[in-house]
Write a protein that binds this ligand. Structure first.
Ligand SMILES: [Zn+2]
Length: 150
């Protein structure tokens, strides 16, 4: 399996783990310039009573804390769902090199939908963005999760 595929595999595992905790199933993985997984997590907004506890923010926080730096140059972020505007700002601030994501989020996305944070003149750092990676699986997890809660 290519790193590309296996890293999104881990993100999907984290999304499934989030669903099992009753959280919206979104997972993220952060990979350092050597290709090592330095952080992996899923949404924990309910568990932490924290609206900013999205998977992307949690892995960036963990990796920054471990690195002792507010920036993660050369790092790649894999996330199962298009980041929201808040996460997109954090991704930019952390200087993430490449963003790989799965499903599009027409409702809350902030990358190719909504405010399109990375196209905004105030985005000082813009990662390379690759969308649609394993999107069907990511979407299926979200649909099943919301269907079960109805
Ligand atoms: Zn977010």
């Amino acid at each position: 399996m290519s790193p590309f595929t296996s890293h999104m595999d881990i993100a999907l595992d984290e999304a499934r783990a989030a669903a099992a905790r009753g959280e919206v199933p979104v997972g993220a993985v952060l990979v350092d310039p050597m290709g090592r997984v330095v952080a992996r997590d899923g949404n924990r907004t309910r568990e932490l009573s924290d609206p900013t506890a999205h998977a992307e923010v949690l892995v960036i926080r963990a990796a920054c804390a471990a690195a002792g730096s507010e920036r993660l140059p050369g790092h790649d972020l894999y996330v199962t769902l298009e980041p929201c505007p808040a996460c997109a700002m954090v991704i930019s601030a952390a200087r993430i090199a490449r963003l790989y994501y799965g499903a599009a989020d027409p409702k809350s996305g902030g990358v190719v939908q909504g405010p399109r944070i990375f196209s905004h003149p105030q985005a000082h750092h813009v990662p390379e963005v690759y969308d649609g990676i394993r999107a069907e699986e990511a979407e299926r997890l979200l649909k099943d999760f919301f269907a079960a809660r109805r």
